[in-house]
Design a protein. Sequence first.
Length: 94
Amino acid sequence: MVYKKLINQSGLTLTVLLITLVGSEPNQSGPTVTAALPVGDKQTIEYGNAQNPFLNGLVISSSSGAFSTGSQIVTTRGSSWDTVLNTHDTLRVG
């Protein structure tokens, strides 16, 4: 089991979509996991498994429609975004 702690630092309720990775190369997106994060909420979200412990991307949207969806997808292993998603156990969003 693999986990990320998500912390909503915005003043909005957010929907966060974790895009998993199959294997270790960014061109193999796997299943997605969705979490609803109320204002100021902290949640630990389970995703992936021991064989597939990496994230390939993150999509954030406001459930109130206050802003457009923002997304970041890993395109290169070892990139700064890959490092953010896959070397930290906590992600602060918002």
